[in-house]
Design a protein around this ligand. Structure first.
Ligand code: RIB
Length: 304
């Protein structure tokens, strides 16, 4: 097994809107898609589509969405032995995508909130065989902290994507992760620092290095991606120029692809370049996981 994703799954209910309704108002939207999402599942599926062997530790509810979520992970080659059912609704995410392809997301965690440190222990024998653990913040912080401790105790590198932004996240408890991958707004919330300019973003990421972090990789949308590590010059890669149709899940496409190439090559800079292109490609198609390329399609796009 290459990668363990300990995290969320959701069913995405995506409305393509011309504008948000005002309070008390009903507006018509021209299009709707339902699909499998959730930051953890998205990242797992992206890595698996690129060829990684991925194990997912997650919880679904006891409703009509549960079977579909497990089936979808399995269809994408993700190992679902540790995706368990629980007495709750499955996670759902009503999403609104506007004419400029920007999204607003409401997350109802449901069963994801019940994923516990005991679920990690239950999967320990298989997580131990992985070369990377990936985490996000759509599960309880207690479980995130337990997964970080598990990685440290077993010598497995940990990548934390601190999304969605969580004001309760305690930096001290996550600073031992090997790769910390926020977007600009998450970086700003965590550090309390501005992120308006590239220099601001470098300063804020630098503050995380000063706090003891090893690799801070900031995804910056149209401004590309920035990597800071102690003793290295900052590395910035420009965003790929594309015609965006739906940016939902682009950050997860980046993480899944980055993890895949990091595990395959051990080369952070190369993994960033591939991930940047993969995320760029994902925004040219509608939906979340529906916009993630397979390995063949991706290599074809790159001309490799
Ligand atoms: O990052 C995009 C994801 O955020 C969506 O798939 C939605 O489920 C929410 O988790």
């Amino acid at each position: 097994m290459d990668i363990a994703v300990i995290g969320s799954n959701m069913v995405d209910l995506i409305s393509y809107i011309t504008r948000m309704p005002n309070e008390g108002e009903t507006v018509e939207a021209p299009d709707f898609r339902m699909g499998c999402g959730g930051k953890g599942a998205n990242q797992a599926v992206a890595a698996a589509r690129l060829g990684s062997r991925v194990l997912m530790v997650s919880r679904v509810g006891n409703d009509m969405f549960a079977d579909r979520t497990i089936e979808n992970l399995a269809e994408n080659g993700v190992d679902t032995r540790y995706v368990s059912r629980t007495e709750a609704t499955s996670g759902v995410a009503p999403i609104f995508v506007d004419k400029e392809s920007h999204n607003s997301i409401i997350v109802v965690k449901g069963a994801n909130a019940k994923l516990s440190p005991a679920d990690i222990e239950n999967a320990a024998a298989d997580i131990e065989k992985c070369q990377l653990i990936i985490l996000q913040l759509e599960i309880s912080l207690e479980t995130v902290y337990a997964a970080i401790d598990f990685g440290r105790d077993h010598g497995i590198p940990v990548l934390l994507n601190p999304a969605p932004a969580e004001p309760e996240l305690v930096l001290e408890k996550v600073k031992s992760v090997d790769y910390f991958v926020p977007n600009e707004s998450e970086l700003s919330m965590l550090t309390g620092m501005p992120v308006d300019t590239l220099a601001d973003i470098e300063n804020a990421a630098g503050a995380l290095l000063d706090a003891g972090m090893k690799n801070v990789i900031v995804t910056m949308g149209e401004r590309g991606v920035l990597w800071l590590a102690p003793g290295h010059e900052p590395v910035r890669i420009d965003a790929t120029k594309v015609e965006a149709r739906d940016t939902t899940g682009a950050g997860d496409a980046f993480i899944g692809c980055f993890a895949h190439y990091l595990v395959q090559t051990g080369d952070v800079r190369a993994a960033m370049k591939y991930a940047n292109a993969y995320a760029g490609l994902s925004v040219t198609a509608l939906g979340t996981q529906t916009s993630y390329a397979t390995k063949d399609a991706f290599l074809n796009y790159l001309g490799e």
